[in-house]
Design a protein around this ligand. Sequence first.
Ligand code: NAG
Ligand code: NAG
Length: 378
Amino acid sequence: MSHTKLVPSLLLLSIAATILSPVIAQQQCHFPAIINFGASNADTGGLAASFRPPKPPNGMTYFHRPAGRFSDGRIMLDFMAQSFGLPFLSPYLDSLGTNFSHGANFATFGSTIRPPPSIAKQLLSPFYLEVQYWQFERFKPTSQFIRNQGGVFATLMPKEEYFSEALYTFDIGQNDLTAGFFVNNNPQQVKDSIPDIIKTFTSNLKNIYNMGARSFWIHNTGPIGCLPLILSKFLSAEKDSYGCAKVYNEVAQYFNQNLKEAITQLRKDLPLAAITYVDIYTPKYSLFSNPKKYGFELPLVACCGYGGPYNFSISVGCGGTIKIHGTDTVVGSCDKPSVRVIWDGTHYTEAANKVVFDQISSGAFTDPPIPLNMACKR
Ligand SMILES: *[C@@H]1O[C@H](CO)[C@@H](O)[C@H](O)[C@H]1NC(C)=O
Ligand SMILES: *[C@@H]1O[C@H](CO)[C@@H](O)[C@H](O)[C@H]1NC(C)=O
């Protein structure tokens, strides 16, 4: 392109930006806190505080210690907190060193929307969505009671108005689907369970709204058929052209379609709320369909795992110990997690989380199509 053409269009752009920017600045939301509900993709230490913490090399890239996350570094929720200029979220369940002044995280690894079925209890967290709601229901008044003691207590708890100003975020549902597969339900049976899963989600969201929440940011579920967790269990499943197991991704898409419809209804039922549906499936799937675009390689292979074509075994996870040729060996990290998509077979690397976060926060994958910093009620 010649410069003569470029200059006027740049000029126009900068004029437009000058005229528009006061408007844009006015429209930006101020989120002083994040209240998160979810599962392992959004766990900042809830499971670690209550059961068995993730072991090294989890956390190696950023925190240089496991830090309660199932990743080599930051998860999407961390990138969100940083983008708002807020500290990382403390897990509600942690009794050590927590600071809830800018929000709380109720997510734990293995959490489901519906109560875990007894046959899958070993695989799942007891802190399913309704339990997280009960915890929040206690957190709100109790945090204010403590705040009113003044002094150092006040600095550890959110201001009262933060409860209506906060962004309420959700990343949950994947385990309802994968647990179904692991107790040997076929894909059709798992699909049949989805309307009830969504109904349970909706009723919890309404309860949270009734506690004063107004801005909601709701992730759909990712392409579970691309995860080593699923691929290694169902080795003979039919694959798409990128090697992901088709039928499992179809179930995820069916969940997402149901969730999106439920959110459309919620907007009618809860007129005071701003509810954003966030498609994480599409940007996550593009990591598998077009890894080179983002500088990634071996997208279907776990970086920190052991065995088989996907470097994953359900019997020994990242940081676990196995005997190889009679020697105890720790399941460690691949050489460069920064060029990998999947960290431990189920969760994404920090590098992948960053790519997905940048895409969803732009507004390109949200309904309504607004960026993260405008997802509030005005
Ligand atoms: C809690 O975090 C806030 C925000 O980072 C900070 O201002 C406050 O001093 C912290 N409280 C304590 C006791 O560290
Ligand atoms: C598989 O995991 C091991 C750790 O057990 C790691 O050393 C290796 O690099 C991983 N393989 C690939 C291809 O990433």
